[in-house]
Design a protein around this ligand. Structure first.
Ligand code: ATP
Length: 238
């Protein structure tokens, strides 16, 4: 498999009922890269991520991961193949931090999961401290970090994230960015839908969605020089 074959989606069309949201989206991710997906509210970022995971049905197009066609696979099979999705809804408030992480690693078997959770505590010191506490007791920032940690327990190859900064105080956004930087350094490929400019620090490439179509692709520098793309990404205006 070449690095180009890591992840590829072509001609992606999807929507809800009679509403078509995505119109022929092309996307390719190289192994180990970090790509930020931008676009105004309603542009279709969430729909794209959920379609790639199989949570929204694909109308037309194809999706390849690690050289294989995955668009007909159920979400669970995609996850087992190494695709992960970070969502806060995935954190169970009544379970302890450690139980949440164990859920994230349930495919791994108990011994491997325990070792992996131990490794993650090295990176997520706050979580180690609170490991016996219910997730409901965590602060907003800690809960976000738990969602990230839970998504990576099973050592996914590609992590998809939908606005990891949502609801976070600015000082905590930096903390999430730092953790993602570290995971990326360790080889994780990142595809992040974000509006927060801070996340552009992580972006080797950016993609702008507009009305369900890719309106721009390029580096952060190219984005800053492109008027239309800058307008589409409100955070960079002015
Ligand atoms: P935001 O940043 O506001 O989440 P987004 O770029 O992620 O925006 P989507 O959430 O993918 O955009 O929404 C794209 C379009 O699809 C919008 O018009 C939205 O109203 C519509 N939509 C999203 N989810 C559903 C749903 N479950 N049922 C029907 N329409 C939906």
């Amino acid at each position: 498999m070449s690095v180009e074959d890591f992840f590829r989606a072509a001609g992606v069309e999807a929507g809800y009922g009679a509403l078509q949201v995505l119109w022929g989206v092309e996307l390719s991710l190289r192994q180990g890269e970090s790509v930020v997906l931008l676009g105004a509210n309603g542009a279709g970022k969430t729909t794209l991520l959920r379609t790639l995971l199989g949570l929204v049905p694909l109308w037309r197009g194809e999706i390849r991961f690690l050289g294989r066609r995955i668009e007909t696979w159920p979400t669970e099979t995609r996850v087992r193949a190494g695709l992960a999705f970070m969502t806060e809804q995935g954190v169970f408030p009544n379970l302890s931090v450690e139980e949440n992480l164990a859920v994230g690693g349930f495919h791994l078997g108990r011994t491997t999961a325990r070792r992996r959770i131990g490794e993650l505590y090295e990176m997520f010191a706050d979580l180690r401290e609170k490991r016996r506490e219910p997730a409901a007791n965590l602060s907003g920032g800690q809960r976000k970090l738990l969602a990230v940690a839970k998504a990576v327990v099973a050592r996914p190859r590609l992590l998809l994230m939908d606005e990891p900064s949502a609801g976070l105080a600015p000082r905590l956004v930096g903390q999430v960015v730092e953790i993602l930087r570290q995971l990326h350094r360790d080889g994780l490929t990142l595809f992040i839908a974000e509006q927060n400019v801070k996340f552009l620090e992580l972006a080797q490439r950016t993609l702008v969605l507009e009305g369900g179509r890719v309106a721009f692709r390029g580096t952060v520098e190219e984005l800053r020089e492109n008027d239309a793309a800058r307008k589409a990404y409100f955070g960079l205006e002015g």
